[in-house]
Design a protein around this ligand. Structure first.
Ligand SMILES: Nc1ncnc2c1ncn2[C@@H]1O[C@H](COP(=O)(O)OP(=O)(O)OP(=O)(O)O)[C@@H](O)[C@H]1O
Ligand SMILES: [Mg+2]
Length: 227
């Protein structure tokens, strides 16, 4: 790697850590701002709803407004839950991976078979954040799209790199078609996930492989250099 490549790589690492910090700030702001406001509005509406006992029509509308606010609160809470920092600085790589696998099982009822060597050790912050976010997206995809009742996750050190695999034996898909279709990236409803994984891998100078075919299941494998 020449000096320019090294500089670019270092800048990308800083950028990844910075965007993660930004994300945590957004999550906290949402928790302290809109969530508290919606909560306060809901309590006010509760009082109003009781006071409207003699006016069935208006009382009904008030209840509808309360349901909408409760739904919004639920959605924001889901978002906050998904992006809450798992304590990247405080906890070692293996521990945050284990935590994420358990959280996935609890939230989805989908089993996660985890292969994690005892001597995995820790790694630098940008790599740790990237592994965590990539695993989060891989598990989410395996839950939302594969139809499988279980997924397999393995993490290992290979040479100077860390290798993560997320695999399922579900319905599979044609990666070439999905990865080639630029047109629906960025429109409402999605398909940011695999693109985001590729971007993270590229920024850290790692490798990305997606092995999938209809009816045969899916295996996502990324490697990220440890230094
Ligand atoms: N494990 C999987 N099993 C089956 N299909 C998958 C799997 N992972 C991805 N796919 C297919 O690849 C598509 C693209 O995945 P990607 O993560 O980029 O977007 P998304 O999950 O649809 O939306 P987003 O991640 O932005 O919420 C999915 O819509 C799905 O068709
Ligand atoms: Mg996805």
């Amino acid at each position: 790697m020449d000096q320019r490549d090294a500089d670019t790589r270092a800048a990308s690492r800083r950028l990844l850590a910075t965007s993660e910090r930004e994300l945590q700030r957004i999550v906290l702001d949402m928790h302290d701002g809109p969530v508290q406001d919606i909560f306060a509005a809901l309590s006010q509406l509760q009082v109003l709803e009781r006071a409207l006992a003699g006016d069935a029509g208006t009382q009904q509308r008030t209840r509808q407004a309360m349901r909408l606010l409760e739904r919004a609160l639920g959605e924001i809470r889901n978002f906050i839950g998904a992006f809450r920092p798992p304590g990247f600085e405080r906890r070692a790589l293996g521990e945050i991976i284990e935590g994420l696998a358990v959280q996935h099982e609890t939230l989805t009822n989908q089993a996660v078979e985890l292969q994690l060597p005892d001597d995995l050790g820790d790694c630098v912050l940008p790599t740790k954040i990237a592994i965590y976010r990539i695993l989060q997206e891989g598990l989410a995809n395996g839950h939302r799209h594969s139809g499988a009742s279980r997924q397999r996750v393995s993490v290992a050190r290979r040479g100077g790199a860390i290798e993560l695999t997320v695999a399922d034996e579900g319905r599979g898909f044609d990666p070439k078609r999905v990865l080639a279709s630029e047109e629906d990236v960025g429109v409402e409803g999605g398909h940011f996930g695999l693109r985001g994984i590729q971007d993270r891998v590229e920024m850290l100078g790692g490798t990305f492989a997606l092995d999938s075919a209809p009816g045969r299941g899916t295996a996502l494998t990324v490697t990220l250099p440890l230094e």
